[in-house]
Design a protein around this ligand. Structure first.
Ligand SMILES: *Cc1c(COP(=O)(O)O)cnc(C)c1O
Length: 465
């Protein structure tokens, strides 16, 4: 039998796909038609029946939709980790989103001084704001912005200590998310790491005795993703600063997360701030833009004007600098900190972290019936107390009380079923990311807000278990 005659011609199929062509373009849809016809031909060879026309068209549309879908997709983060590095960390404030869109859409005065008509400096867009928010507007404080905090640490070390030594306590030689390890970063920055003290205890005299003619700076790294407890001693920042300054050396603190707001006043566990670090005598602080600050991915280097000037002159700065959309979002985010009263409403990171457990529980009760209906009879869905974490290394041992929808299979040894449930949620039009723990699938609803709720419920009709 000549199977070729059984299959329709590409052109004839395309005539019935005008809507898909409108969405995806003729070239992409033609490719999908060819691929589906080839698959049908292959099927025929193996004795499979010819797909009927409706099925063939549906398969082509599915293929085109899949090919036309963005690779970077919005998801529901119901993992219980608010600042999830793999899910893009901070959600931006509407003000930051609007500023990014404006900067993307039109030419903007990125490095242009509108007053003089001369050349400007992109760091000036946020440098004054940061001095205002962190150091009471001190004219001796400036800032420079790079791609992320890892870049901030690398650049700072290279600019201030290349070919020399940086003194760090052994208790602070951190590894962050795989590829960022302080000893490696030091090597890449061409700085010799001078380790002092022990894993659990470091004393002031360790710093004093470490200083030699090759010392370029003293450094403290916030142990953001672990806690050393028990018989421990760390040197107070004020004392390290004093030791550094007596020796004429700068004191650098890598804060990691660095929120600008008083977490304790928001009912959250206290987190060190750049304000405190500078007040304690640090000459430079570095922190991330997309952790607790709640802004775009960026690394902020803030501190003494003369040191910042030196850092900015380093050629690595040019390689690590950020673009206009990042600066637009960062500036807009920082501006929100000028109004602490409304910060928790406007800044999603803070809003999500301070969300009352009672509110999350009510939400969970409300969506439970829809989730139970979508799951079917193989498992029961209940609302249970759970604990969210802040994520991205911030406050590693603290937990925030929250509420989860928990899917518990009726059958024993239902590991495979749980994986099916997890995959089914991940396959929804807007993928839902939960977690499996204690033989149950959990959806921590802390990060499901009002706009998301309707969409979350509406798409449950597509859940295939
Ligand atoms: C997160 C973190 C970094 C890395 O910051 P990125 O913005 O992810 O590059 C560096 N140091 C500390 C202490 C951190 O917590």
């Amino acid at each position: 039998m000549n199977e070729k005659r059984l299959l329709p011609a590409v052109d004839r199929v395309l005539q019935q796909l005008s809507e898909a062509i409108e969405i995806h373009g003729r070239q992409l849809v033609t490719g999908c038609v060819r691929a589906e016809l080839a698959a049908a031909r292959e099927g025929l060879k193996h004795g499979l029946p010819l797909p009927d026309e409706a099925n063939l068209l549906a398969a082509i549309r599915r293929r085109a939709d899949e090919a036309g879908r963005a690779n970077l997709r919005a998801v529901f983060n119901l993992t219980g980790t608010v600042l999830h590095t793999n899910l893009g960390r901070a959600q931006l404030a509407e003000e930051a989103i609007a500023a990014m869109v404006d900067a993307a859409r039109s030419p903007c005065a990125l490095e242009y001084d509108l007053a003089s008509g001369g050349r400007g400096d992109r760091d000036d867009l946020v440098s004054g704001l940061l001095a205002e928010l962190i150091a009471g507007g001190s004219p001796d404080i400036a800032a420079t912005i790079v791609n992320n905090n890892a870049a901030a640490v690398l650049l700072t070390l290279n600019a201030l200590a290349q070919g020399k030594e940086a003194v760090v306590s052994r208790g602070e030689l951190v590894e962050i998310g795989g590829a960022f390890r302080i000893p490696d970063v030091m090597r890449r920055a061409q700085v010799k790491l001078h380790e002092i003290g022990t894993t659990n205890r470091t004393h002031a005299k360790d710093f004093q005795e470490a200083i030699n003619p090759k010392t370029a700076l003293l450094m403290k790294i916030h142990t953001s993703n672990y806690a050393v407890t028990g018989f421990t001693a760390a040197v107070d920042e004020k004392i390290i600063a004093e030791i550094a300054h007596v020796a004429g050396l700068p004191f650098v603190i890598d804060l990691g997360s660095g929120t600008l707001c008083d977490f304790a006043a928001q009912g959250l566990p206290a987190e060190p701030t750049p304000q405190q670090a500078l007040a304690a005598g640090a000459d430079i602080v570095t922190f991330s833009g997309d952790k607790l600050l709640g802004g775009p991915q960026a690394g902020l280097i803030v501190g003494r004007k003369d040191l910042i000037a030196k850092i900015k002159k380093n050629p690595l700065k040019r390689a690590l600098r950020v673009g206009k959309t990042t600066l637009a979002a960062l500036e807009a985010t920082l501006r929100l900190y000028r109004d602490p009263d409304r910060l928790a409403q406007r800044l999603p990171t803070l809003r999500l972290l301070t969300r009352p457990v009672a509110e999350i529980t009510v939400l969970a009760e409300r969506v439970l019936p829809a989730v139970q209906a979508a799951i079917g009879t193989q498992a029961s869905v209940t609302v249970e107390a759970c604990s969210s974490q802040i994520g991205s290394g911030a406050l590693p041992v603290e937990r925030l009380p929250s509420a989860a929808l928990v899917v518990r299979p009726h059958a024993k040894k239902a590991g495979k079923f749980l994986l099916t449930v997890e995959a089914a949620f991940r396959s929804l039009p807007m993928p839902v990311i939960g977690y499996i723990r204690d033989d149950a699938y959990h959806l921590d609803l802390r990060c499901l807000e009002a706009e998301g709720e309707a969409r979350f419920v509406a798409q449950l009709q597509y859940l295939k278990i």
